[in-house]
Design a binder for this molecule. Structure first.
Ligand code: FE2
Length: 338
């Protein structure tokens, strides 16, 4: 009898332990699509014992899904790239404020939402690349890209692309709406071809000779340096780069960013996950595995990003990229930068 009771009791304890263990989970809706990110999730589980469940998709799909799920959404974390994109989720009231001493201390103020709706977790710069053989005086600023001396030389992707919307949003902030409109028209007039393809395609255009000057995020070029980007990796020597606006506001940077979902069923675990993303271990991952820059100061550069050199980055609060996004889209449409 006693033995049976003890056995039953044992079972009950085991069951309740199991229930507690099962409750330790976090549900992540992610539009980051980098294979290496798996390390982040296993690293978090190893550090905290919290299980990670992941749903991956395009940012727009995940936002629509969270809206459809409403109060019953299992989403704890929304993770995406580009401050302009996470702004869309915030506009849709899908994120909630987080006041974490850890996050506020580690992540610079301009890389996070003023009220903690989202936090930048890694940085990338959007910079100028050029053909060293054909361009003697490469543009030194974003504004220079509109200079008539570069007529027929410039390649950039579509004006509906979030990276370009965020870049133009930063130019609206720096130079004002009218100057930003003139700039967009000038760059459009300097284009070597109609906007097409992704960032890698702009770099490929330098190699093919179709383009002399391109604007892309740093990690696309760094990936080519790593090898394995068809048509590009063997030709990186002919490509030079400029971190723009170094004697002014600095190069435009953007972030991968994450926030806690407004209806998060596992809020504590979600905050723990964000704090883990800001840890030295996770930040070193962003620098070393994905050719990005850490968001947290003091994390060393990986060899690839280090080979591009140090640079001054624009410290505009990235919330502005979202706030100016509708105007940026209007301007791109107006100047025919489709
Ligand atoms: Fe990208």
């Amino acid at each position: 009898m006693t033995r049976t009771l003890a056995a039953l009791l044992g079972t009950a304890i085991a069951a309740s332990t199991l229930t507690a263990a099962q409750a330790q989970e976090v549900n992540i809706y992610s539009s980051r699509h980098y294979d290496n990110d798996e390390q982040l999730y296993t690293g978090f589980t190893e550090a905290t014992g919290i299980t990670v469940n992941r749903i991956e998709g395009e940012a727009d799909e995940l936002i629509a899904r969270m809206q459809a799920e409403g109060a019953n959404s299992p989403a704890d974390i929304f993770l995406t790239v580009d401050a302009g994109r996470i702004w869309l989720a915030d506009q849709a009231e899908l994120l909630q404020p987080v006041d974490s001493e850890v996050l506020n201390a580690r992540i610079p103020a301009h890389l996070r939402h003023p009220e903690g709706h989202w936090f930048g977790i890694s940085q990338r710069a959007r910079i100028i690349f050029y053909n060293r053989e054909t361009v003697e005086n490469p543009p030194q600023t974003y504004e220079d890209l509109a200079d008539p001396q570069y007529e027929g030389m410039v390649c950039l992707r579509s004006g509906s692309n979030i990276y370009n919307l965020s870049l133009l949003s930063s130019i609206i902030d720096a130079d004002g709406e009218e100057a930003a409109r003139e700039w967009a028209a000038g760059v459009r007039g300097n284009m070597a071809r109609d906007p097409q393809g992704g960032d890698t395609d702009q770099l490929l255009g330098l190699v093919s000779g179709e383009c002399d000057i391109a604007v892309t995020n740093t990690y696309y070029f760094l990936r080519a340096l790593d090898g394995g980007v068809d048509g590009l990796s063997g030709s990186t020597d002919m490509i030079g780069w400029v971190f723009p606006n170094q004697s002014g506001r600095g190069a435009h940077v953007n972030v991968a960013a994450a926030g806690v979902a407004v209806n998060a069923p596992n809020r504590e675990e979600a905050v723990a996950f964000l704090e883990y993303l800001s840890s030295p271990e996770a930040q070193a991952y962003f620098a070393n595995q994905n050719n990005e820059y850490a968001a947290v100061p003091g994390i060393g550069l990986a060899p690839n990003p280090a080979s591009l050199g140090l640079f001054r980055s624009d410290d505009l609060n990235l919330s502005v990229l979202g706030e100016n996004q509708p105007l940026a889209q209007t301007i791109f449409n107006e100047v025919g930068w489709e």
